[in-house]
Design a protein around this ligand. Sequence first.
Ligand SMILES: [Cu+2]
Length: 305
Amino acid sequence: MGAVQKLATVVIIGLVAMATVLVVYLADEPNRRGGETTEQESLAIERGTDLYITYCLQCHGPNGYGAQGGEDPQRVGAVLNQAPFPPDLENPASVVFQSDDPVQQDRAEAYVRYSIEFGKPSDPRIAVKSMPAFGQELNVEEINDLVYVVTNGDWNYIYNQTVLVTGESVAQAECDADPSNTEACEAVEHPEPVYPTAPPPIGTDDEATPAASEGGSTVLEALDPFEWSETELTVQPGDTIEVVNAGVSDHDFTVEELGISEVLTPDPIAITIPEDAAPGEYEFICSIPGHAENGMVGTLIIEAP
Ligand SMILES: [Cu+2]
């Protein structure tokens, strides 16, 4: 063999070896990607479930059966869990969110995404939405995770997670309200599952306890979803307002201009208007993302003493 032929042989062997390595590498690609996807998927389910608990649970329920879940009082949301038990859907064909058919699955994802972004009903002629639009307060990743959980999540997991997290926040609220309540404070670490109670049906909030004046203090309730029992409060500097979380979701009472921000609990919290607060109108809100935007806004009027 001449020197040129030797060189050519070496080059060819080299190329064949590289090609083989590449083929083997590429052949394994689906496995590698598969492994990553599964981890991504379970992370998406975890994040999506947390978001579901924060934003959707109050209307759609811990098991995703919404108003059909037979809870008392009834929740207001539609059925998201398509498992046959217990709701007997009137038109099951139109609402399959989890299926093996990729075309149907694509449609479901688009529909769920649209519902989350724009709220329900989506008819622009109807101003009052029975489900708020989340397109403003949730970012694309959050909406992706929520879509993923509704279209791929295991509702048994969501349910179990929901009762645990709700149990934990109930215990946390009791512990915050009374740190000497050791039972509650220990339960934060090992929460007992608490079946979350449903919020009052939409439209009955007017019947909720009106702001009662009790011994110079005003009672203000944070209600689910996204509502204050009063949207206007009139006080004087030094007055106390009793604020209570009468809902299941977390809420706080925030008056930014006065530097007031208190996390609310099922037991009323006394909030004192500073003696030196200037008379005028202030905005009180719940500062949890999405709550003020969806209606947890009111006016605090401070009168001159
Ligand atoms: Cu709130």
